[in-house]
Design a protein around this ligand. Structure first.
Ligand SMILES: [Ca+2]
Ligand SMILES: [Ca+2]
Ligand SMILES: [Ca+2]
Ligand SMILES: [Ca+2]
Length: 279
């Protein structure tokens, strides 16, 4: 019987390990460093230049998209132009038991950018639950419209003020303003209903480098704000002109945990079978 309990606790331990395996601990503080006594994404940007930096910490369970490059001379950032000012450099995502964590690196500021007689605004972080091609939720990370902090949208069938850090189920989206850049859609929520608000301590959109236009957007979104549980989600961000965009698919750690639990149950059943044979 002692051997059974030993095996039992090994299975429980493996289960616990699997549940937490893919989650590094994130500190939502507007940077991606690992500082003393403070875990984080593990990306130290202090030595980063303007382009070609490695944003991937190489940690299992941290999903990374990166395209930190600006084309020679013409400032091409794909699909549009504009150089570092419009570069979307990286999108990182990971989970723990309660939150979806997202980090975005970009040359584009929260207030937006004035360009000639135009003004381009920062987009919402868009979420496609199931990564099935339908964009379902928006996290509002900028309430600026043409440089003024007075954004409104159709919420629950009436025109209302949009809340910074508001998390919305989206009914319809606004596309990017440059029609050639439709690959960068969606841009911002046009109509929807509010599911909740990300806490002030769980959201940052801050300058990361004194010498560069580079901003870090970091947020922790409670999984309880989503209507339905999910195993995969696509995360997307762009700006009004859609010069550049970033997109990553993240998977919850559950499948690994189920797999390991299954392996554990198999081991227990083999053990019991052997005991029966011996007894
Ligand atoms: Ca951080
Ligand atoms: Ca860059
Ligand atoms: Ca880019
Ligand atoms: Ca979807």
């Amino acid at each position: 019987m002692r051997r059974f309990w030993t095996l039992f606790w090994v299975v429980v331990f493996l289960w616990g390990l699997a549940a937490g395996a893919s989650a590094i601990t994130i500190t939502v503080d507007g940077n991606l460093f690992v500082e003393e006594g403070e875990p984080d994404w593990g990306v130290d940007t202090s030595s980063f230049g303007e382009n070609d930096n490695n944003w991937d910490p190489g940690v299992p369970g941290v999903f990374v998209w990166q395209e930190d490059e600006v084309g020679e001379n013409d400032g091409f950032v794909d699909p549009g132009y504009g150089g570092q000012n419009y570069d979307v450099e990286a999108v990182l995502a990971t989970f723990d038991a309660n939150y979806l964590y997202v980090a975005i690196a970009t040359g584009f500021p929260q207030i937006g950018r004035e360009y000639g007689s135009d003004w381009y605004d920062a987009g919402d972080i868009a979420f496609d639950v199931g990564a099935d091609g339908s964009w379902d939720y928006a996290l509002v990370i900028s309430t600026y419209v043409d440089g003024n902090d007075n954004r409104e949208a159709e919420i629950d069938n009436s025109i209302q003020e949009v809340e910074l850090r508001g998390f919305y189920k989206v009914f319809s989206w606004q596309g990017v303003s440059v029609s050639d850049h439709s690959v960068s859609n969606p841009f911002r929520m046009k109509s929807g209903t509010q599911k909740g608000t990300v806490d002030e301590s769980k959201f940052y959109y801050v300058a990361d480098d004194p010498d560069l236009p580079r901003y870090i957007i970091e947020a922790a979104i409670p999984l309880s704000l989503f209507d339905e549980p999910f195993t995969s989600i696509k995360i997307h961000w762009t700006m009004e002109c859609g010069n550049d965009y970033g997109e990553v698919v993240a998977h919850t750690p559950e499948p690994a945990s189920i797999l390991l639990a299954g392996a554990g149950l198999f081991a227990v059943s083999m053990f019991l079978r052997r005991r029966r044979r011996e007894g």
